[in-house]
Design a protein around this ligand. Structure first.
Ligand SMILES: Nc1ncnc2c1ncn2[C@@H]1O[C@H](COP(=O)(O)OP(=O)(O)OP(=O)(O)O)[C@@H](O)[C@H]1O
Ligand SMILES: [Mg+2]
Length: 506
């Protein structure tokens, strides 16, 4: 089979960082070439070069055996290369249809925008991508997972010869990921070459026809698509690797959070916002409690309403913090109560992209560092240095701009920042999205260490293995209500059934 794509000897430096060191990469028509590698290995950079976003320092790219030079994404697009980037480039202020047709608008014979036609075609594209959303909804009102699906619909619309998917399932539920796999297989059948980047190793045998592993800017090996996960992990991390999940805690302590038949009513009704309607759960000192459930059942809404984040409203029912009734609902109240929150959208809410890593990390601690209104540079530098090494942020440069870090390393910065505020209760929404398997293990270990010292954690995740491996208890939500609770040791199947609303516990 002749190569659809050949990349040879690709080199790229960003200042002192050698992001790619002589990388070769091939793609043939009708294959799914999975690209694996630790955070910062160079995966997105390599694909950025292919799609004309980044200029290589050296090396060649050929399509159908002919050398090509893309000066910008538009030229790559014209050559049939379509990329769904890791950090989505949708315009939040525009509706779905306008995003799908951005730069490619349908016009009436009079030269005006043909909205009805764009809406109708958009609806078809969404259906193809497996989403039931109204195309006239603004992107800003969509959840992360829904945005991801819109980005996928947009890519399908572009009729690619080469489709690059950079962590497409990071924010998707299991069902949505299934649909995506079917779509990818269909594209394969039509002869599209797909490059697929993911940190979810369990996906590899489902879709890969070829697997390449990168580390530190170089290709370090190939793996068979059906290779056991342990082998993939070894190639990825480059060292023996035993335990992803740390051992569980001993006895939990006093109750940090207690919700009993709690409901939250936002001041302003919001389309698609699932109100917490009847929530009962507790989080004690030293405990990691999981929140399971399908996408859209209200997990994110529950966490953001507890923190008072981007929503105003009132809680009713029993809401107790530290054994006392608490008036949660504003960020100030939450922080006062020792609650910290990591949202599922690191770019939208967690980080200031154009600021340095150091500034981002100390943001949450400014008060503590400056007891007398003075910033102690020395103390600050020490705290930042410690946080960077504790979370293994790469490169460990306090002055680096967050926007220039790889996706997984940005997520580590979000973590470092929130934990530095020394919360009692930590609310986490999809905390390891885009984080590689080695760094995940490190984050889990940090959480357990802090739990051992008394921290309570409430964590929502759509990755069931993560909840099962990490949590002491798992609460399942459905339709804005908590419907079941399981002790550690529950199986995936049982959780899945409960998530579908099939059991109803007292
Ligand atoms: N614009 C930039 N300026 C400076 N450094 C950069 C820039 N873009 C990428 N880098 C660096 O290049 C290296 C490779 O980054 P890249 O985003 O390609 O990693 P990745 O394999 O996609 O990781 P992840 O799994 O976390 O997404 C990292 O060290 C990153 O910090
Ligand atoms: Mg990346």
């Amino acid at each position: 089979m002749s190569a659809l794509l050949e990349m040879r000897g690709i080199e790229k430096r960003f200042g002192g960082v050698r992001a790619l060191r002589g990388v070769d990469f091939d793609l043939v028509a009708g294959e799914v070439h999975v690209l694996l590698g630790e955070n910062g290995a160079g995966k997105s950079t390599l694909m950025g070069i292919l799609s004309g976003v980044i200029a290589p320092d050296q090396g060649s790219v050929s399509i159908d055996g002919r050398p090509v030079h893309f000066a910008n994404p538009r030229e790559a697009h014209a050559a049939g290369i379509v990329m769904i980037p890791q950090e989505l480039d949708l315009v939040p202020g525009l509706d779905i249809a306008a995003n799908l047709f951005l730069g490619n608008e349908r016009l009436t014979p009079f030269g005006t925008l043909d909205r009805p036609r764009m809406l109708a075609e958009s609806q078809g594209l969404l259906q193809q991508a497996g989403v039931s959303l109204d195309a006239s909804l603004p992107v800003s009102s969509l959840r992360m997972g829904e945005r991801q699906l819109v980005a996928i619909a947009k890519a399908l619309h572009a009729k690619a010869r080469i489709l690059v998917m950079d962590e497409p399932t990071a924010a998707l539920s299991a069902t949505e990921a299934e649909h995506l796999f079917r779509t990818v297989l269909e594209l394969r059948g039509r002869g599209v070459g797909v490059v697929y980047i993911s940190h979810r190793l369990e996906e590899v045998p489902r879709i890969a026809t070829r697997v390449t592993v990168m580390r530190d800017g170089a290709v370090v090996g190939q793996a068979r698509p059906d290779a056991p996960q342990a082998e993939l992990v070894r190639l990825l991390v480059g060292r023996p690797f035993e335990e992803l999940f740390p051992p569980r805690a001993e006895k939990p302590g006093r109750e940090l959070l207690r919700l009993a038949h709690a409901a939250f009513r936002p001041d302003e009704a919001r389309a698609g916002w699932q109100e917490p309607r009847d929530v009962s759960l507790t989080v004690r000192e030293g405990e990691i409690v999981g929140l399971a459930g399908l996408m859209g059942v209200g997990r994110t809404e529950l966490l953001s309403a507890l923190y008072g984040f981007e929503v105003k409203g009132r809680w009713s029912g029993e809401v107790m913090v530290d054994g006392r009734p608490a008036a949660l609902g504003t960020v100030a109240a939450a922080r006062q109560a020792g609650i910290a929150y990591v949202t599922d959208d690191r770019r939208g809410t967690g980080l200031i992209l154009n600021h340095s890593v150091a500034t981002n990390i100390v943001m949450s601690t400014l008060k503590r560092i400056t007891p007398f209104g003075l910033v102690s540079r020395k103390l600050e530098a020490r705290q930042v240095g410690e946080a960077l090494s504790r979370f293994d942020v790469r490169p460990p440069l306090p002055a680096a701009l967050v926007v220039n870090l790889s996706g997984g390393n940005q997520q580590k910065v979000v973590f470092a920042k929130e934990l530095l505020s020394e919360p009692h209760l930590l609310l986490l929404d999809e905390p390891t999205r885009g984080v590689d398997v080695g760094a995940k293990a490190e984050i889990y270990r940090q959480l357990r260490d802090l739990a051992r010292k008394g921290l309570g954690v409430l964590v929502a995740s759509s990755e069931l293995p993560e909840l099962i491996g990490l949590c002491d208890r798992i609460v399942v939500m459905h339709d804005g209500c908590t419907v079941a609770e399981f002790e550690a040791g529950v199986g995936e199947e049982e959780l899945r059934r409960a998530s579908m609303g099939e059991t109803r516990a007292a």
